[in-house]
Write a protein that binds this ligand. Structure first.
Ligand code: URA
Length: 245
C-alpha cells in the first residue's frame, strides 16, 4: 500500500509496459514499434527515454491504462468461479480481469468457494496479501448466509458461543451474528478456514444453501456498487476502510 512518501519512478517505455503486465520487453517493444501505445492520443516515439511513470495515463491498442506500481482490486465474485490459479471445474476469477493482471501476478487474497459470491480482494502486492490474510490481524469478514432450516435466536447464540469443527482443537465462534430473515443470517468471522461458514452452520445443525461475502474489514460490497463479475481498483480511501472496522 502506498502510505510512505515515495521516490518518483522513471522508466523507459519498454520497462514501464513490462511492469504493467504487457509481456516481455520484446513484446512491449513490438507494441511500441507498431504505434499501439499512445499518450494524449499520440503514439509514443521516444521509447527508450525514461518517463515519469507515476500516475501516467496512456492507451494500449485503444484501451486506457494508468501506471500503477502495484494494484489493489475488488471483484464482485459471481457464482461458479474458482479462486484457484489453476481452476478445475469452473472458470477462474482471474479470467474476469484483463490479461495484464495475470502477467503481473495478481492473486486473490484468500479464497471464496466456487458457489460463494461477493467481495473478493486481489493484488500483486505480496505484503498486502499476507497482511490481509494473517489471522493475527483479526480482519472481520462478513457473510450473508441463506439457510435450509429456519434460523433462530438459539442458532445465533450457538454461533456466537462457538462450535466445534472437525480438525479444529478450539471452538470457532462468529464475532457478530444476526437474523436477517426466516432463512437468512448475517455473521462475521475473523479466520479464513476452509468452508468455514458452511461448516459452522452445519456444526450448529443447519445447512447453508447460499453464501455471499458482503464486507471485508470496513469495506462493503454495497459501497463499491459492483455487479457480479465487475471489478474496480481500490483507491486510498477504500484501502483505508479495509483496516478501519
Ligand atoms: N466460508 C465458507 O464456507 N465458504 C466461503 O467461500 C467463505 C467462507
Amino acid at each position: 500500500m502506498t502510505t510512505k512518501a515515495k521516490k518518483a519512478t522513471r522508466l523507459p517505455w519498454d520497462k514501464l509496459l513490462q511492469s504493467q503486465g504487457f509481456g516481455t520487453r520484446k513484446a512491449c517493444l513490438q507494441l511500441l514499434d507498431a504505434g499501439l501505445v499512445c499518450v494524449g492520443g499520440e503514439p509514443v516515439i521516444e521509447v527508450r527515454t525514461p518517463v515519469l511513470a507515476d500516475e501516467l495515463e496512456f492507451t494500449v491498442d485503444g484501451e486506457p491504462w494508468r501506471y500503477r506500481e502495484q494494484v489493489y482490486i475488488a471483484l464482485h465474485k459471481p457464482v461458479n468461479y474458482e479462486c484457484s490459479r489453476k481452476p478445475s471445474h469452473h472458470p477462474g476469477v482471474l479470467s474476469l480481469l484483463p490479461d495484464p493482471m495475470l502477467l503481473r501476478d495478481v492473486q486473490p487474497v484468500g479464497r471464496l468457494d466456487h458457489d460463494t459470491t461477493g467481495l473478493l480482494l486481489l493484488s500483486d502486492d505480496g505484503a498486502f496479501i499476507h497482511a490481509q490474510s494473517s489471522p493475527k490481524r483479526h480482519v472481520p469478514k462478513v457473510y450473508l448466509a441463506q439457510t435450509h432450516e429456519p434460523v433462530s435466536e438459539a442458532l445465533v447464540t450457538q454461533l456466537l458461543a462457538g462450535v466445534k469443527l472437525v480438525d479444529e482443537n478450539q471452538l470457532i465462534a462468529a464475532t457478530h451474528c444476526a437474523i436477517h430473515g426466516e432463512h437468512a443470517l448475517e455473521l462475521s468471522v475473523e479466520q479464513g478456514k476452509y468452508h468455514q461458514v458452511k461448516r459452522m452452520l452445519a456444526a450448529a445443525g443447519n445447512h447453508c444453501v447460499s453464501l455471499q461475502r458482503t464486507r471485508v474489514g470496513g469495506l462493503t460490497l454495497d459501497s463499491l456498487a459492483l455487479e457480479p463479475g465487475q471489478w474496480c481498483y481500490l483507491d486510498e480511501a477504500s484501502l483505508a476502510r479495509l483496516v478501519t472496522f
